[in-house]
Design a protein around this ligand. Structure first.
Ligand SMILES: *[C@@H]1O[C@H](CO)[C@@H](O)[C@H](O)[C@H]1NC(C)=O
Ligand SMILES: *[C@@H]1O[C@H](CO)[C@@H](O)[C@H](O)[C@H]1NC(C)=O
Ligand SMILES: *[C@@H]1O[C@H](CO)[C@@H](O)[C@H](O)[C@H]1NC(C)=O
Ligand SMILES: *[C@@H]1O[C@H](CO)[C@@H](O)[C@H](O)[C@H]1NC(C)=O
Ligand SMILES: *[C@@H]1O[C@H](CO)[C@@H](O)[C@H](O)[C@H]1NC(C)=O
Ligand SMILES: *[C@@H]1O[C@H](CO)[C@@H](O)[C@H](O)[C@H]1NC(C)=O
Length: 527
């Protein structure tokens, strides 16, 4: 379960002065390649943490089925319960099993006990269950400091047990830590470990590097936000559009607290000269309900955080320090766990209710979160999409629906009245964390000219709207964007068209002869 971590430090309101050049580098270096790999990518970067602190949750077999039904291909459990490990047998699900802190000293002092542990709990199941890692303890340095000195010896002993059975290539040994091991986490480039933890961390990093393992990190922007709502903008914590925070050390701009937290850890690892270690987020999540004082814990925030996390993780967006790199993330929690101690929110971290029914209707491959209505599939409008763009939408799901002949098309463009600086922020966001394919507005691209902020922003807003449209609010950009039914394409610069959602769009064109923005339509319809 998530530890209570201290507040993330001051979110400084220094406006990013990200230059076009910087934006281009970001786009070229990562996004263009990213988006093109999006559809090829294995849907395998998202996992779930399967806690079982509830007397009413479904059986392990049902949990395994639920994960498969939702194409969630990774799971982490906190123990090594044979019935649970067996429930995942003959599935493609990769399983991280766990060892409790209490077991660490024994495994550290006895190589034979560790070898036996591997034999009984890994080797016995590995032929049918895809066990791919062992999490040794949890937050050992910050919650069980009296056993800190046993941690790395236990990890080595377990590793030798694996080596002896030639399982060391397929099963990795690591130990999850939260951000409390950092003395400083802001700005991300200045992330460093607390001095008192460095001796153990140094030997752990050496172990991880020597055994080709990875760092296990638990991060909860939810908790940081809860502790410091006055300094952390909610949208920054939710991966929503925000103007970003410039890290003056690295000159990178951060658009989400999650990225900033992961990069703070990456910087701290780098400071000890282990910058090539892979990081996996072994826990993150957001509660859908909480006590009245836990104002961030609500359904909308949780759905936004989780769907954005899935989208960003599945596209292998990486972080500003590691653009385009796969950073796997395990969402805490598979089910709501009604026996979790702590604040009310602790019982509402589930992706699914305790009865197994879906809470958010998130597509775990694309991150699209339906509002009950089917996600908008690929749309081939009157004008075809840009040749450099992906050929099908992220929510394609194999469907190849042809738009009805009477379909109405819309485009999302920048408002000419918006200020350049405000549009630039939207542009940076759309081409950055928004994952829009901004290739065509790079030098030499079909839409590079005219080289104005409003033109480039329009192109980026429209692509973002088209591919990641889950609701009308994807054409907002701080009020700088608007929908139009006039095709903005010109010359060889093609703006991909989106289909006006059948209900709202056609209703309004039918009634009024003009297309009223969805937001208005939705508002009116819901009256
Ligand atoms: C560490 O502390 C815990 C809790 O205070 C205690 O139960 C445990 O026995 C201690 N372990 C060692 C090896 O000292
Ligand atoms: C490896 O396995 C052999 C036999 O299976 C055993 O005798 C030996 O002690 C083991 N070595 C380690 C380091 O566990
Ligand atoms: C990291 O490497 C640099 C350059 O080789 C060296 O100066 C520094 O002392 C190293 N730091 C640590 C913590 O090993
Ligand atoms: C499952 O539980 C949720 C929350 O308690 C409830 O809203 C929903 O109706 C339940 N679904 C079923 C099928 O019982
Ligand atoms: C906005 O930027 C364009 C070039 O992209 C420039 O022509 C225009 O004058 C700028 N507007 C303002 C108000 O600075
Ligand atoms: C974040 O964005 C989502 C989707 O556009 C929206 O539903 C949600 O209200 C936004 N959250 C905040 C706090 O603005």
């Amino acid at each position: 379960m998530p530890p209570r971590v201290r507040a993330e430090v001051p979110w400084l309101f220094n406006l990013p002065v990200i230059s076009c050049a910087a934006a281009s580098i970001i786009c070229c270096a990562s996004l263009v390649c990213l988006l093109s790999s999006f559809f090829l990518a294995d849907a395998n970067s998202i996992g779930a943490v399967y806690g079982r602190n509830g007397d009413n949750i479904p059986t392990p077999q049902e949990a395994a089925q639920l994960l498969q039904d939702n194409v969630i291909t990774r799971v982490r459990i906190y123990d090594y319960d044979p019935t649970v490990i067996q429930a995942f047998s003959l599935t493609q699900i990769r399983v991280i099993i766990g060892i409790t802190n209490d077991e660490i000293p024994g495994l550290a002092v006895s190589p034979s006990l560790a070898a036996e542990w591997i034999h009984n709990n890994v080797a016995a199941y590995i032929k049918t269950t895809n066990i791919n890692a062992i999490a040794v303890g949890s937050d050992v340095l910050t919650t069980a400091s009296n056993i800190s000195s046993y941690l790395v010896p236990a990890m080595w002993n377990l590793y030798y047990g694996l080596v002896n059975l030639t399982l060391d290539k397929s099963v990795k040994v690591s130990s999850p830590m939260n951000l409390e091991i950092l003395e400083n986490s802001y700005p991300p480039s200045a992330g460093v470990f607390s001095g008192s933890f460095i001796p153990v961390l140094q030997s752990m990093l050496a172990f991880l590097a020597a055994t080709n393992s990875f760092f296990m990190l638990n991060v909860y922007p939810f908790l940081s936000y809860e502790l410091d709502p006055n300094n952390i903008p909610l949208n920054y914590a939710l991966f929503n559009f925000s103007s970003g925070v410039l890290d003056t050390g690295s000159h990178l701009t951060y658009y989400s607290l999650y990225d900033a937290q992961v990069d703070a850890l990456i910087s701290a690892i780098g400071a000890l000269n282990y910058s090539s270690l892979t990081v996996t987020v072994t826990e993150t999540g957001w509660a859908s309900e909480g006590a009245p004082s836990e104002t961030a814990a609500n359904y909308d925030n949780a759905k936004t955080y989780l769907s954005n996390l899935v989208r960003i993780t599945q596209t292998n967006a990486g972080t500003p320090l590691r653009p385009g790199q796969e950073i796997d993330a395990y969402i805490y929690d598979l089910y709501d766990e009604d026996s979790n101690p702590g604040p009310v929110s602790m019982q509402h971290f589930g992706l699914f209710y305790a009865n197994g029914s879906s809470k958010y209707d998130i597509d775990f491959v694309t991150g699209s979160a339906g509002s009950g209505s089917p996600s908008p599939g690929p749309v081939s409008g009157p004008s075809s999409g840009p040749s450099s763009g992906p050929s099908s939408g992220p929510s394609a799901g194999g469907g190849s629906e042809t738009p009805p002949p009477s379909a109405t098309y819309v485009w999302c463009v920048a408002k000419p009245s918006a200020t350049n600086s405000s549009l630039q922020q939207g542009l940076d966001w759309a081409c950055g964390p928004g994952l829009a394919n901004c290739g065509p507005i790079q030098p030499g691209g079909a839409c590079y000219l005219p080289k104005t902020v409003v033109s480039h922003a329009s192109y980026a807003f429209n692509i973002y709207y088209h591919y990641f449209q889950t609701d009308p609010r994807s054409c907002v950009f701080g009020g700088d964007a608007e929908l139009t039914n006039v095709d903005p394409s010109y010359g060889s610069c093609v703006y991909v068209a989106s289909q006006a959602t059948h209900l709202e769009g056609s209703l309004f064109t039918w009634c009024c002869g003009i297309l009223v923005p969805f937001a208005v339509a939705t508002m009116v319809l819901s009256l």
